[in-house]
Design a protein. Structure first.
Length: 440
């Protein structure tokens, strides 16, 4: 009987714990869990524990390491996020089994002298079932009340990772040293020098503390997100006002030129009639310079982008940076002018900064390309940079990512030698597309 109980506790319950833990771990990462992944994870985890004969804190550490590895390899999660949710996943399991251990021990005191074997068998099964049910409820509670947006910067994650680890280690100490395989009891069945009600209260307090920590972290990240949104709105207003003012200036110049165009034609006509071809040619060249001031140096078929790219790429040319632009965007295309300013404005500002850091004599360039394919807008900004592999995600890239994700898009950054490439994919809203067709 004892062998069957050991097999049930170690392998059956251990596998169920791993399957449940992996499933909710993927939920914490806001990824879609797969049964095949959960099954393979449990099988591999139990194999590792069996081969190395790990128990107690060793088995828990292996479980956490395996969760972090799975999060990185299978779901491309950030290391800090994977570490946090791996600890939380294992901690919930540990606390729930600690609670049932305390309850089982308190209940066993009433029948300790009657039939401890039969009662112990029943209590063990009921305790394990109750522990899994409590863990399920706790997981659901964390997902519903304490879940955090994965797009938020994880700079504050260590604020909660350290106290979470402390709660985990305290709970594991209680389970391992008080409710472990060897216990010293008094004649009445009481553990020597241990108050079971105090242990139960500490376990309950541990669960409550974990929820309070996670809830506080959620509020902290929400506050951080609101501050980022406020910063983004301020940037939007500044960018839009800047390019609107430039559009007004170009409009006034165009209006003035159109007003005087008849006079210009008359002058050229008189010069030609008087056989003053050289004077007429010189006058036309002056008119050409005048039209250059009111024309757009970049033509994307989108007036706002023409102004934006003309401004940024003009700055690049002034700094002797080679520029190329093959971006074609229909107008309107469903992407707001403000979001275009945020995406391309920040991308080109970063490209300009990277090129300016390159020493003279080396190649400096900025290439912009993009087009609409079906319901997708594909853009790529490529520029030279110093070749440093570490790319820090600053405010500019964070603003680009936020604007791209607004259209259920994706952003990819890659480096190839001394080449930096920012690839963007945006989904064009169907409603706005139909509206533009009606307007056309």
């Amino acid at each position: 009987m004892a062998d069957y109980l050991d097999f049930f506790n170690i392998y059956v319950m251990g596998s169920l714990e791993m399957v449940m833990g992996f499933w909710f771990f993927t939920g914490f990462l806001q990824k879609k869990g797969k049964i095949i992944y959960s099954t393979l994870f449990a099988a591999f985890g139990m194999s590792v524990l069996t081969i190395f004969n790990l128990h107690g804190i060793g088995s828990f550490l292996v479980f956490i390491i395996l969760l972090i590895t799975a999060g990185k390899l299978l779901y491309r999660a950030e290391f800090v996020s994977a570490a946090l949710y791996a600890v939380v996943t294992e901690e919930i399991l540990n606390l729930c089994f600690g609670l049932t251990n305390s309850l089982s021990y308190i209940l066993s005191l009433t029948v300790f002298m009657k039939n401890p074997q039969i009662f112990g068998f029943i209590l063990m099964g009921a305790g394990n079932t109750l522990a899994l049910a409590l863990a399920f409820l706790c997981y659901r509670g964390v997902q519903k009340c304490c879940g955090c947006d994965e797009t938020i910067d994880r700079k504050y994650v260590f604020v909660i990772l350290m106290p979470a680890l402390l709660i985990f280690l305290a709970s594991e100490y209680i389970n391992e040293n008080i409710y472990g395989n060897t216990m010293t009891t008094e004649r009445e069945g009481m553990l020597s020098g241990v108050n079971p009600y105090q242990m139960l209260f500490m376990q309950v307090l541990g669960v409550a503390s974990l929820f309070c920590i996670l809830f506080s972290y959620k509020k902290l990240t929400e506050s951080f997100k609101r501050s980022k949104e406020a910063e983004l709105l301020e940037l939007q207003a500044h960018s839009l006002n800047q390019y609107v003012e430039e559009a007004k200036l170009r409009y006034e110049k165009t209006k003035s030129f159109r007003h005087d165009v008849k006079n210009h034609i008359t002058v050229v006509k008189e010069l030609l009639q008087n056989k003053k071809a050289e004077a007429a040619l010189q006058y036309v060249e002056e008119m050409e310079n005048l039209t250059a001031d009111i024309s757009f140096p970049v033509s994307t078929n989108h007036p706002v982008l023409d102004i934006l790219l003309g401004n940024k790429l003009g700055i690049a040319e002034e700094n002797r940076i080679e520029v190329q632009c093959s971006l074609i965007v229909p107008y309107p295309c469903g992407i707001s002018d403000i979001d275009f300013c945020i995406i391309l404005g920040n991308a080109l500002d970063n490209a300009l900064s990277a090129c300016k850091r390159i020493s003279n004599g080396k190649e400096k360039y900025i290439h912009v390309a993009g087009k609409v394919q079906g319901d997708f807008l594909l853009m790529e900004i490529e520029n030279s940079f110093t070749g440093r592999r570490t790319i820090r995600s600053g405010t500019g890239l964070a603003n680009i990512r936020a604007a791209v994700e607004k259209y259920q898009g994706a952003m990819e950054i890659r480096t190839e030698g001394e080449k930096f490439v920012l690839s963007l994919l945006l989904i064009i809203p169907r409603q706005s597309e139909s509206t533009s067709q009606q307007a056309g």
